[in-house]
Design a protein around this ligand. Sequence first.
Ligand code: RUQ
Ligand code: CUA
Length: 641
Amino acid sequence: MSDTTPTDDRDAIDSETAAEKRDPLFSRIPRRDFMKAGAAAGAMGSLAGCTGLLSDDDDDLAAAGDVDSYVPPGEHDDYYAFLSGGHSGEIRVYGIPSMRQLMRIPVFGRESARGYGYDDRTSEMLEEAGGYSWGDTHHPRVSQTDNDYDGRWAFVNDKANGRMARIDLEYFETDAIVDIPNQQGTHGACCLLPDTKYVFGVGEFRVPMPNDGQDLDDPENYTSTIAAINPETMNVEWEVLVDGNMDNGDGSKQGRWFFATGYNSESATTESGMSSSDTDWVKAFDVPAIEDAVEAGEYEEINGVPVVDGTRDSALNSGDRPIVRYVDVAKSPHGVSVTPDNQYAIASGKLDPTATVIDIEQLAEVDDPNDAIVARPTLGMGPLHTAYDGRGHAYTTLFIDSQVVKWDIEAAVDAYPDDEPEGGDQESPAVVEKIDVHYNPGHLIAAESYTADPQGDWLISLNKLSKDRFLPVGPMHPENDQLIYIGDDEEGMKLVKDTPSYAEPHDASIVSADKLDPAKVYDPEDYDEEYIEPDASDIIREDGHVHVKMHSQRNEFGFQEVTVQEGDEVTFTVTNIEQTPDVLHSLAIPEHDVNIKLAPQETREVTFTADEPGVYWMYCAFFCSALHLEMRSRLIVEPAE
Ligand code: RUQ
Ligand code: CUA
């Protein structure tokens, strides 16, 4: 251990006995769990039940400092992790600590296994959100109430097309997408806490405002905005435009501040131009001050959204209640995240080996926002993102060094400013330890790191390169999501598992399993489509349109055959009337690009044109029973007269 032994007053347990301290099993459990459970036995029991970590037989294993992430067959994980899928446009759900992939949730692109973008509802949603065939998801954030996960939604940005999507965590499916006006690429995404009042979309690409053909080659006048989105309606309530661009963001936990990093304070259009200055900014948005400005009509409406001017010299920033505070941070800072106790916003230097620690309370008091900087520890090369264990430590990825560095936040504050590097790169005394990861980590995430109460046991390092870690599969390699155990401050961080992943996870959120309550079957009340009981089966013909209403169940559709005329527009409304969980059907129609998924009690609708005469076997694509292959009907398209 270094002499910067971490402390966390909130977690100090004075009555901890010497025996408990020596017991490696004891030290493995986050102390907070003991506080919560009220009894050590209770906390140990619950952990043991879930992970198999703490059975009696495991004493030797534990004593050897090994950590087991093994989840036996048939047992469940302790956590859900929601990982973005980058330019695959989806979200992936893992179980932690097994790192098993449990589900994929398509968001910005069609996906055939789930029939997403094939039925009328989801294809219209994608069409109304711009009609693009793909998106670039980076930052999945899960809604919170009172600074804790409430199991309602996840949100994720589209960096490619300036959008934000919402995922309903009852059904684990995308239920809304907003195309954010005035943003070309929405990079950062996060919630304003404690209660998810807004979801913020952080605009990265600076463009002329509005981007309608004016100011084409006048980069000085390009700008980017943050957008405040109402999570219930998914309406963009207001935007703020700023100097420079923006990158990542995080909301404070007490409703006032929102932080965004940015590079390119230079307003350049080339890489060398964008990294020429020694400092860029963390922008701290004073949300109540912005809301007041909007209320007072101090905005310009651009593309239907009230846009408030938050540039440095704007009127709203010149008074005694500036709406955006610009904090100087070296150099092209990338990630920013707020500590669980809401005390600090910590930004990573990316092109500078330091992290910058901003005291959130002081920010409201000081005249010069730079005076709110309370630490600037030197961590290593290429610091990108920071996560928390709830015991006073920060964990920062070092992209260039291919490491995760664990450091003590208060030790960094204590050492400042005497630890300022004098042109050298001596490591901060706040550094506790470093662990190698494989290779070049971008984000990392610890269990519930984005809440006020991180669990402090597991951390995932989302590495950009896997190089030699897996069997070769051609020139395109998988990435490598590595599971690290961080629950034992004495033994130190422990690399537990490599997980190959498809391009390309950026950020993630890890949520305790007991905070989500996914539905087992659909509730027909939740959707507009008409639920079709078997006796309501019907074929309605009207002027070139045929509406087929039918049910599906093992092993049949409501009609053995459906006859239409060449050129008819055909709508199928199909209900899976099964009550049994996990019995899915689908309606797939060859050569018509039709494929709708029907989970138990789910109804979907699909509309297409029957434009080629012939016989088409409509079938069910989910293997639903021994007679699954026989579950099919004929679509007969008669030639037009
Ligand atoms: S970013 S690798 Cu899109 Cu969060 Cu940093
Ligand atoms: Cu229904 Cu296969």
